[in-house]
Design a binder for this molecule. Structure first.
Ligand code: HEC
Ligand code: HEC
Length: 283
């Protein structure tokens, strides 16, 4: 617990530094055409785009409007990402060609379980269908799932899920979430190292195609990673050590690095991404 907290604190410091350091580039980001896919010109935080109220905002009021604010906020936690960085709500603002890590939240209220069975029955509503897990693991908003989000925020998100349930712009509603292992939230949590390593080894047995990998990288990873500069995630020339660890991080996650389930990225696509990264880094 203690080590994770200090880790979070040091990340906070790192992020403040990164924000200061990137202040000089803010003009460039503001100039990004709203609605234009960030893959072509990835903005590190997409703040210009995400802070713009969605076109249909006027139809949403009360608690749902509060939930929408949370969904698009890049300052809800300590990591400068929004729920909208990783999930779509089927609004025009999240309907682009970027492949998001998390599944669509359109229709999430129909689910009987979330996070691979971690949240069921009453726990779904009480955790905004698993959003509390994201607030701890990916946004580093706090360390405890039970207290990380005030009840008002949870109610607001649940109301927002109701408000978006009919949105048609969700990229994927065919949810067959296929997990390798549940990610590790706290030091004490069991993380199935064997399953994660085995999944990475299967991926690396496939010959990767760097050209195909470049394409997938631009729609899935470029939002958070560049090769030689820090964005939401670290620069890959520093963070990418070797193929096994890379494949493992993509499939099973690694701290604030979210994971991609098999229905989002196939083994072949991950092999291609790894081949592309190796080519770019000469590793
Ligand atoms: C850095 C990426 C990331 C961020 C930021 C993030 N999530 Fe998630 N979220 C995930 C991943 C990965 C999963 C697990 C896979 C999945 O279920 O889609 C997940 C799962 C969920 C689920 C469970 C639904 C399901 O698919 O069964 C909900 C609900 C959710 N997130 C809501 C939120 C909300 C609300 C926020 C903002 C407060 C948020 N998330 C922020 C990546 C993220
Ligand atoms: C929503 C933002 C986000 C996306 C999308 C994302 N990453 Fe990351 N990634 C991160 C963050 C944040 C970290 C730092 C994790 C930490 O140590 O806290 C990270 C860490 C990593 C690491 C180092 C892992 C480790 O164990 O230290 C690798 C390699 C990596 N990412 C590759 C990728 C690749 C390849 C993709 C696309 C398939 C991708 N990431 C997509 C945010 C993201």
């Amino acid at each position: 617990m203690r080590s994770r907290l200090s880790h979070i604190a040091s990340l906070g410091v790192l992020f403040s530094i990164a924000v200061l350091a990137s202040a000089g580039c803010s003009k460039k980001e503001d100039a990004a055409t709203p609605g234009k896919d960030s893959a072509a010109k990835p903005a590190s935080m997409d703040s210009a785009k995400l802070s713009a109220a969605p076109a249909t905002a006027s139809a949403i009021s009360g608690a749902a409007a509060e939930g929408q604010k949370i969904f698009y906020s890049t300052s809800y936690g300590r990591i400068k990402s929004a729920c909208a960085s990783c999930h779509t709500d089927g609004q025009p603002t999240t309907k682009d060609t970027r492949l998001r890590v998390g599944h669509t939240l359109v229709g999430v209220r129909n689910r009987t379980s979330a996070w691979n069975g971690e949240f069921k029955a009453d726990a779904l509503e009480k955790n905004a269908y698993g959003a509390t897990m994201c607030a701890v693991m990916y946004l580093h908003k706090g360390d405890d799932i039970a207290t990380v989000m005030p009840k008002n925020d949870i109610d607001a998100l649940n109301a927002y899920y109701d408000a978006i349930k009919g949105n048609s712009g969700a990229l994927r509603t065919d949810l067959k979430i296929d997990w390798v292992t549940k990610p590790k939230v706290h030091e004490k949590d069991k993380f199935d190292e064997k399953a994660a390593n085995a999944a990475a080894k299967v991926i690396l047995r496939l010959p990767g195609d760097p050209t195909a990998g470049k394409e997938v990288f631009s729609t899935t990873c470029a939002y958070c990673h560049a090769f030689h500069e820090k964005k939401v995630g670290p620069a890959l020339d520093k963070a990418f050590e070797e193929p096994l660890m890379g494949a493992r991080a993509i499939r099973a996650g690694s701290d604030a690095m979210p994971f991609y389930t098999k229905d989002l990225l196939s083994d072949q696509q991950i092999a291609d991404i790894i081949a592309y990264i190796q080519q770019e880094l000469g590793k």
